[in-house]
Design a protein around this ligand. Structure first.
Ligand SMILES: [Zn+2]
Length: 257
């Protein structure tokens, strides 16, 4: 490794040590959304080499069509190593931050749909902000390995997604919050007028509330009213109208977290 690479890796680790110390006290367990409050980092090829492999993960199935719009990614279904969508674009929506970074990006169809959703909400007097959308495999790997170094593999996987199993890596998921920017990816977003509007109208634009209330044993995640997943209008309406999850729609085995 060159001196420059060593320096970059050291800086990334330092950023996470500083950020992670304050975050660990703030968040509850099982919260992959910690990422939303992380500083932006640059992807580094050396990160992938450090990917943690663990015998318990043999049950993980690698999805064969990662680019499919209804692709199922969860704690049992992972993206192929290093998968990166080829049609990532910047949606024209406001975020909680100003910088034009990778975490604003979405795949083209999802980007068009979120622009329509935001303008539809605005017409109803509901202001929304993006919090975090695309996350690269490298970024998730750096984050996850940092938590492993702190707490060990088993503890880390209870609150951070194993690289490849975060829906944000598909470019089809986005966390949103209300126009005041408060409760960004936090439990207090539940029950707000914005959360209620999303519950009622997301499907009209092709999105689902991916981790509904009371479905932890199916999705593997607690209620996240802020995490929207693009699946297309037809599937979204079927899922949201019948109060089911993507797992149930695809007749996949529940995660049983
Ligand atoms: Zn999310």
């Amino acid at each position: 490794m060159s001196k420059l690479k060593v320096t970059i890796v050291s800086l990334i680790i330092l950023v996470f040590v500083v950020a992670g110390c304050s975050l660990k006290n703030h968040f509850s367990q099982n919260d992959e959304e910690k990422w939303n409050n992380q500083p932006t980092i640059s992807a580094n090829k050396s990160a992938r080499k450090k990917k943690s492999v663990h015998p318990d993960d043999e049950a993980l199935q690698v999805v064969s069509t990662p680019e499919a719009i209804p692709v199922l990614i969860n704690k049992n279904h992972t993206l192929p190593d290093g998968y990166r969508p080829t049609d990532l674009v910047y949606p024209d929506i406001p975020f909680t931050f100003e910088k034009k970074t990778e975490k604003r990006k979405l795949r083209e169809k999802a980007a068009d749909a979120i622009e329509n959703l935001f303008s539809g909400a605005k017409k109803d007097g509901v202001d929304l902000l993006g919090v975090s959308a695309y996350r690269s495999h490298e970024a998730q790997t750096v984050l996850f390995n940092y938590y492993v170094s702190l707490d060990g593999y088993e503890a880390a996987r209870t609150y951070s997604a194993i690289p490849g199993t975060s829906e944000h890596e598909t470019g089809l998921a986005i966390d949103v919050t209300g126009g005041d920017g408060k409760c960004a990816a936090e439990d207090c977003f539940a029950g707000t007028p914005e959360a209620e509007w999303l519950e009622k109208h997301s499907a009209e634009y092709g999105f689902i509330i991916r981790y509904p209330n009371g479905k932890d044993d199916v999705t593997g995640y607690k209620y996240e009213p802020w995490h929207l997943r693009y699946v297309g209008k037809s599937i979204a309406k079927q899922i949201m109208n019948s109060g089911i999850t993507l797992e149930e729609y695809l007749k996949a085995t529940p995660v049983n977290n």
